[in-house]
Design a protein around this ligand. Sequence first.
Ligand code: ACO
Length: 403
Amino acid sequence: GVDITRVRGETGLVTYDPALANTAATASAVTYLDGEQGILRYRGYSIEDLAEGASFVETSYLLIYGELPTKEQHDSFSRALSEHSLLHEDMKRFYDGYPMTAHPMAILSAMVNSLSTFYPEAQDSLNPVERERTIVRLLSKLRTIAAFAYKKLHGEPFVYPQNNLSYCANLLHMMFALPTEPYEVDEDLVQVLNQLLILHADHEQNCSTHTVRTVGSAQTNLFASISAGINALWGVLHGGANQAVVEMLEEIHADGGDVRKYIELAKDKNSSFRLMGFGHRVYKNYDPRARIIKDAAYRVFDKLGIHDPLLEIALKLEETALSDSYFTDRKLYPNVDFYSGLIYRAMGIPTNFFTVMFSLGRLPGWIAHWKEQIEDPSRRITRPRQLYTGPEARTFVPLSERG
Ligand code: ACO
């Protein structure tokens, strides 16, 4: 019922592509993704190589600046991250105003937006010096903001960053250390956390990255643009899926662990149940990130000596699904979220904090896209068209005559 002759783009033709499923909204040199083959590369480097050999800090540098850092660049980047790790003392008081039950994603986005009130120079996005300072500030401070949110929600005192620790070690320290007992950061957990953050660091034009680019296209400062991205990630259809997987596994466990029953339910077109953590809009092959995360899950469970019945249910679900033609015909494989929640759970991270961990990982990707866009001399504000489906022109009737 839409009259498409009424839609004119500046070059004459307007495409109608709801959800932008077939529209390349930008050109980008950051991430290559081939969903048919199951290939993911950041700046040309395979996700497998980066997860195996790089740290999250190196990967962040790679995504943001386009090249892996030299030793000197790496050291100076890490130093800068350490120097910017503290929050303004006034910002600490913001946490007092939130209820203990606050969702940490709301705290995260509000705090990141608030950074622009303490560093108004971030507004000068076109100034490369200010831009660089803002990037490093945000990368470092998001970690502190997240750790303080964790402490707030647990009613524990804030633990300040310890600058001799690596990025991930410092995060674990700020989240889990208590003033009353010594806390030793476990290097194996640091390694797994590095991997998890690397695997989530970018995924080309997903919903939150597109949001960051759209907001940034108005030349909005980095803090405000990323705050919008955090809100987009919060949605259950996006970053919230790892939480949904754990909740599904808990439900299956509570129901006696009958995996086949849930596989049949997922296949039943009269039921709204879907196998959470299975399938992907772009991957029509095994998600390469899921393979790496599955191995990491074994390592964490071994290391912590944890026997989690949910892991066994997850393994059984995967095995049963992948030997069923319903799933293989539709190319439904485990995605990145299928095992990541189980690892976070084993590390003692609560379910409603999973998406915060995802935000920490995705931050360098968001920054890389915001920077790529602002540095593009041909950039323009994002402003899509629409197909108008409302009424034709009508005559206004004053309120007194409307009856
Ligand atoms: N369980 C059972 N059946 C499924 C599932 C699933 N998880 N996923 C897709 N299907 C079926 C659909 O019913 C459909 O079957 P049909 O052709 O017989 O009608 C077919 O597979 C194609 O599914 P679509 O919904 O068209 O696939 P789409 O690309 O739109 O959706 C999505 C992808 C949303 C990820 C979907 O697979 C899903 O809902 N998965 C579960 C939720 C999830 O894990 N989300 C996280 C994604 S990763 C991320 O965002 C970080």
